[in-house]
Design a protein around this ligand. Sequence first.
Ligand code: 5AD
Ligand code: SF4
Length: 492
Amino acid sequence: MSELYNNQVPFELKIKSMDENAQGGALEKSRPFGVASNGKKYYIESYGCAMNFADSEVVASILANSGYDSTKDYNEADLIFVNTCSIREKAEQTVRNRLQGFKVVKKRNKAALIGVLGCMAERLKDKFLEEEQLVDLVVGPDAYRSLPNLIEEAVSGQKAVNVLLSRDETYADISPVRLSSNGVSAFVSITRGCDNMCSFCVVPHTRGRERSRPPESIIQEVRNLYEQGYKEVTLLGQNVDSYRWSEDEKIRGKKLIDLKDTDLVFNFSNLLEEVAKVAPDLRVRFSTSHPKDMHDDVLHVIAKYKNICNYIHLPVQSGNTEVLARMNRTYDREWYLDRIAAINRIIPNCGISSDIITGFCGETEEQHQDTLSLMREVKYDMSYMFFYSERPGTLAAKKYADDIPLEIKKRRLAEVIELQNELSLISNQADIGTVVEVLVEKPSKKSEADLCGRNDRNKMVIFPKGNLRIGQYVKVKITDCTTAVLLGEVVE
Ligand code: 5AD
Ligand code: SF4
């Protein structure tokens, strides 16, 4: 995968790892026309990857269709949901602390229900009800359609748990309610689950087998977003490059998509192209790419369409071939560097970012140096960097000793972060004096007089507000930078 961190999305959306960050709240009026209110309000908070944020929008839609209203204030909620992340131990601890915080709500309103959704629900199942006494519902990522029934069960005092994983659930027919949206940028899931079984990763265990969503439902959702005024979509999947829709099912998509009859399989490059064709002024991003599956066809599509952003999040995890084998990443250092060369050849000036883990089982000092040398060679614009955190049930937990002492994991992580900061600064300094196109996204966090938005390469750019509107494209001349952002002035 890479867990799609709400990376600059990798959006943050993956900008920095999101597991410590939460986004709460919901639109005040999300019930569809014709659905009567049942008088109850829900509050939802999301942790972890972009996929979790997208899932919360599906949950909001299911609840709205059952008559629930949303609220941004958990103090007035009848139902509090926490959509959780299990990727590292720290992410789980953050959620447990947050749940403790909700104790006060229960004290005040005994009838309020607390539901745990997502990866922690899946991992811990009904053990969660014993471990966290105040939790009333536990619902895994493939069981959200059963939420209205589970809520009724919980109201009647029963234990409400559904953590069944599915081989075909994609929520394709559910129109997500855009939570806390800026009305400019939206996530669209294209696959669910993961079949890759990287040995360190809990995701295949919590999100189940990989399945692709029908292309017609994806294109329809993108068209709807565009008609509502959205200017950017980010296609989401744990591994977007393994998106696959077969001949039989493709027939159903013909109404909306002009497919060649000779195509045996509709793959990610085909999908990306169809999404790019929805509108030339709709920016298209995607996350996450997998080095073993990212072939040149996808790169050629990116190069062909101006509205597909020149930015690829291609997690390497380690720069050493033996460590990569223990991680079960199914590529080696040379293969990864060949994919980077292909990006640079086919898409000149493409932004590239990575996920890196330090201190994986058995990692020697030399192997750690290989990660640093690969980073220097690739010259990443940005990376999400973590020290290894053993996750129960994973291949690595079963097969290898978690034998690198915490101080060493952290020291290696500090070295990786320091190097990435240097590389990011060099990359940003190279942009000074250039003019970049930016989609205005939101007010800058640091100054009320400024706005911010990302350029094609996914770099965050900050510039004076002037008379600009959110959702507008502007040309900005870069005048300065930090390791994290570009600063500039609007020239057009
Ligand atoms: N420990 C540390 N980092 C992890 N990741 C996934 N599992 C673990 C783990 N057990 C990182 C990987 C992945 C990103 C989303 O999180 O780098 O790409
Ligand atoms: Fe990503 Fe690998 Fe985890 Fe799948 S198993 S989500 S590819 S890190």
